[in-house]
Design a protein around this ligand. Sequence first.
Ligand SMILES: [Zn+2]
Length: 231
Amino acid sequence: MREADSTVLGYAEDKGSRYYVVFSETVFHPRAGGQESDTGLAVWEESSFKIEKVLNISGVLVHRGKLLEGGIPEVGARVRLVLDWGSRYKTMRLHTAGHILDHAVRVVYGKVVETLDAHHSPPVPYVVYNARAPTAGELREIKRVANEVVSADIPVRVVYVEKEDLNKAVLYAPNLSRLGEARIYRVVTIEGANAIPCTGTHVKRTGEVGKIVIREIADLNGKFKLVYDVA
Ligand SMILES: [Zn+2]
């Protein structure tokens, strides 16, 4: 969803015509799970509110932004939420690329490599892997294997599974030991590559990702940071 109607549940004023607003539902993904917060607009009648950041505060999604015109809507007012689709779509492509890179690193290293940190949004998308840095030959292979998945244009599927079925649903997922407790898990599956518990936003097919480019490998003493992008 790029847009949705919603209702204002509450707001608090910040400095310089900035506000924190909570809506009854939202299409905005907060800063979480390796993704930067979505941005966009809330519009109603003669007013518009620029959403600059969405924070997950104890499970409540709080939209921080600036009033561009008009007044802040009353509690109970209906508003239209509109994502900045260009920046969200880029993050979707980058997040799917991150899962594809996990697959390529696993293929080249011959084992699932744990990830220690990741950022799947501009300006500098990266993943930190808990393994020694790749050799030049291994790096070429990582690029080749990753872009093979892109060219194959494989469907990216999202399934929801109960806790008891999680082990059957995942495939080559890193960091399972660090996974939080939940009753239902969301698993993002790239057929033949991996199936990873993930709450992030993804494209529908790997072809949408575009060519995966590796910008830099930083050797971090037994770990490495892979800086990437999508063309
Ligand atoms: Zn993910």
